[in-house]
Design a binder for this molecule. Sequence first.
Ligand SMILES: [Zn+2]
Ligand SMILES: [Zn+2]
Length: 354
Amino acid sequence: MSKALRLSEKWFRRGLWLVALAFAGFLIGLGGTVVENLPRVEQTYTTENFIDAAAAKAARAALANAQAAQEEASQKLEQLELQRQAAHSDVQSARETFTNWLATRRATERAEQDPELLARTRKLDELRAAERRAQARVQEQQQVQLDARQAEQRTRQALQALEDAAREQLEVAWRQQELRVFLYRLALTLPLLVVAGWLLARKRGSIYWPFVWGFVFFAGFAFFVELVPYLPSYGGFVRYVVGIIVTVLIGRQAIVALQRYLERQRQAEQLPDSQRREELPYDLALARLAKSVCPGCERAVDLKDPANDFCPHCGIGLHDHCGHCRARKSAFSKFCHACGTPAAALAQAAPSEG
Ligand SMILES: [Zn+2]
Ligand SMILES: [Zn+2]
């Protein structure tokens, strides 16, 4: 990856990768805060936003009335029930007294007691009538209570119907809101991805490459990671489709780059040996030599072999002899390691060497 061989340059590059990561980290933090604050653009809906307000108000008032009426009817019914029980026990005790009295009278058979018999019978009848009236009042009140309960049920059902209709509308509104929020986020993150793609394609070789890579990390993270919790059910499709498109673009780029590289190599291998050596960047040539590959064609060569002066694959010169002291040296060295004579001066002085 790294083409730099100078020690400081290597460390500067590592430092610049840290700059890229820090830049990405801060951008992600900022982007995350912005995305998090997006839902506040939308209001939070409840069923109250969709219910028929006038009808709901009337239904709720009717419900409260019916509940109050039912409560009142129950209380009255309790009172009347108590009164009926009192009347019933009056009748019970009067009947007992009368039965006892009648038994005594039969035993004594006293005729002068007939008017008293009539009076006692009448008294008992009156008590019975009072009990029947109490019973009737209880039944009347039971009817009132039943009416109140049924009225309450009806208003409750009406209110329920209103609320159900509102809930359906609420769910529709929720789905639309979810879609809108998702589209806002997509509208925010997709252009980032496009910009990142453009930067990667055109500017990654610039001296400001740490910022390019920082932005690319940020855009990728924002689209493929931060968007995830806000995806509606079908949002996964969007992510995968964009992922496929990005992969195809990068893959195509890589394939084209490989073909271009092979073509460049093929053309370079047809150039004269000295020109090829001059066109190769010095650090790149040294890096390839360090890996025991030919700097020209990148195929493996045995550099330790003292007879190996040319690459057997592409013919580029690997070793030559110093024009001043005749020491065998690397053809890519800029100076003779034995006497320090510049290689360029030698090339001019003895161009046929090598
Ligand atoms: Zn070669
Ligand atoms: Zn020399």
